[in-house]
Design a protein around this ligand. Sequence first.
Ligand code: NAD
Ligand code: UFG
Length: 338
Amino acid sequence: MRVLVTGGAGYIGSHTLIELMAQGHEVCVLDNYTNATPAVLTRVRALSNGKIADFKGDVRDPAMLDRVMQDFAPDAVVHFAGLKAVGESQQKPLTYYDVNVGGTLALLHAMDRADCRKIIFSSSATVYGEPDYLPYDEAHPTRPASVYGRTKLMAEQVLTDWATAAPDRSAVILRYFNPVGAHASARIGEDPKDIPNNLMPYIAQVAIGLRQALTIYGDDYDTPDGTGQRDYIHVVDLARAHVAALDYTCKTCGARPFNIGTGQSYSVIDMVRAFERACGQTIPTQQAPRRAGDIAAMQANPARARAELGWQATHDLDAMTASTWAWQSANPKGYDAC
Ligand code: NAD
Ligand code: UFG
């Protein structure tokens, strides 16, 4: 299939390009490079030995979208382009609604004009909010606690209404749990521009000497060791979920959400210990109070994705930490050195 990948130069998008091309799909990227560099696509091309059409532009720009639709004529769209920092979303709510909801609306309008009827959307486990029960299944109530989470839920609602308003439309909503890890080549990986908000890139930067110590936010949660638990998923498994979702859109109409996680969860201390095994060093840590807005534990029930998409995660925790360390140690300054 011909697949337009918005935000394809980003962390998850770049890994997904490789998996899509490996399955024979033709790909095209639309990215405005607010959180990426064109060097990513150079590396993806080298890794996959494939052609990638690319456009520099904003997903909210109708003229740019029409140009991409006309030049590339996609059969389907994978929509990664968006803003993802929870803290920043509280400071800049209108920017987040504009990019994450407005961008999705603009994209769907352009798809309608081009008669493109299949979309896969990057949503987040954060749409669930404080759990009534764990693991979350897709029927769990949705009550996101941040602006970011609300933009994702709103975009899900827009996609669902779009997909059900006419026959032959298909929207697959993938609710990612916590993506970590890097491609086995160590040529692409996560490259946060500022101080990392997320656990795994922070630990990796401590290990490489860019930061002094990991701050552990909270040791008094109702979890076995008192630190927060999450369902970490290897980014290559996550990328493959998009390939499975693409096949699914060819067989189905309407909208459907899927949890994309492993079904296992690990604490902050588990992650530190696993990273220490991978890098052979001790990771210095310091204790701090809970981070505002954090919940104790999150865990996916991925049964629906297994049954209906035929997808399940195959990489374990050691594969996640080893590939993160391989990427970080081979690229201490990320893509900056390019
Ligand atoms: P990322 O920032 O690495 O990738 C997003 C890409 O979109 C970047 O290349 C950026 O330059 C581009 N972009 C941003 N705004 C754009 C715009 N207006 N027009 C065109 N391009 C634009 O993030 P990621 O981690 O790869 O996440 C991809 C998607 O998955 C996002 O929608 C994010 O909200 C979602 N998601 C991420 C996580 C996570 O922890 N990484 C978890 C759940 C969901
Ligand atoms: N943590 C620390 N120290 C840090 C960073 C994180 O102790 O420096 C802890 C957090 O308190 C939490 C755990 O590590 O207990 C994971 O935190 P992350 O920031 O890595 O991940 P979150 O679960 O908070 O959020 C991430 C993304 C969201 C996404 C969500 C999906 O940032 O965008 O996963 O589950 F929605």
